[in-house]
Write a protein that binds this ligand. Structure first.
Ligand SMILES: [Zn+2]
Length: 56
Protein backbone atom coordinates (compact mmCIF):
# COMPACT_ATOMS: atom_id res chain seq x y z
CA UNK A 1 0.00 0.00 0.00
CA UNK A 2 1.31 3.41 -0.94
CA UNK A 3 1.39 6.61 1.06
CA UNK A 4 -1.97 8.41 1.15
CA UNK A 5 -0.42 11.78 0.34
CA UNK A 6 -0.67 13.06 -3.22
CA UNK A 7 2.44 12.78 -5.37
CA UNK A 8 4.05 10.35 -2.96
CA UNK A 9 4.76 6.79 -4.04
CA UNK A 10 6.65 5.60 -0.97
CA UNK A 11 5.26 2.56 0.82
CA UNK A 12 3.02 3.38 3.77
CA UNK A 13 4.67 2.34 7.02
CA UNK A 14 2.75 4.40 9.58
CA UNK A 15 -0.92 4.76 10.41
CA UNK A 16 -1.88 8.24 11.55
CA UNK A 17 -4.79 8.49 13.96
CA UNK A 18 -6.24 11.94 13.27
CA UNK A 19 -8.98 13.21 15.64
CA UNK A 20 -10.69 15.44 13.07
CA UNK A 21 -10.70 13.06 10.09
CA UNK A 22 -10.21 9.46 9.05
CA UNK A 23 -7.03 7.57 9.76
CA UNK A 24 -4.40 7.74 7.03
CA UNK A 25 -1.67 5.35 6.01
CA UNK A 26 1.44 7.30 5.10
CA UNK A 27 5.17 6.84 4.60
CA UNK A 28 7.68 7.54 7.36
CA UNK A 29 8.56 10.96 6.00
CA UNK A 30 4.98 12.18 5.86
CA UNK A 31 4.23 10.63 9.23
CA UNK A 32 7.00 12.73 10.68
CA UNK A 33 5.52 15.94 9.27
CA UNK A 34 1.83 15.23 9.81
CA UNK A 35 2.39 13.63 13.20
CA UNK A 36 3.56 16.96 14.63
CA UNK A 37 0.03 18.31 14.66
CA UNK A 38 -1.79 18.40 17.98
CA UNK A 39 -3.74 15.25 18.75
CA UNK A 40 -2.30 13.16 15.93
CA UNK A 41 -0.90 9.79 16.91
CA UNK A 42 1.56 7.99 14.63
CA UNK A 43 1.25 4.23 14.90
CA UNK A 44 3.93 2.25 13.05
CA UNK A 45 2.58 -0.75 11.16
CA UNK A 46 5.53 -3.07 11.66
CA UNK A 47 3.97 -6.04 13.39
CA UNK A 48 2.41 -7.71 10.37
CA UNK A 49 5.46 -9.63 9.20
CA UNK A 50 5.73 -7.66 5.99
CA UNK A 51 8.93 -6.11 4.70
CA UNK A 52 7.59 -2.59 4.79
CA UNK A 53 10.62 -1.07 6.44
CA UNK A 54 13.20 -2.50 4.06
CA UNK A 55 14.57 0.80 2.90
CA UNK A 56 18.04 0.55 1.45
ZN1 LIG B 1 4.50 10.05 1.80
Amino acid sequence: MDCAEDDCERPATVELHIPWTDNRLVCAAHARVLGRQDGVVADPITDRGDELLEDG
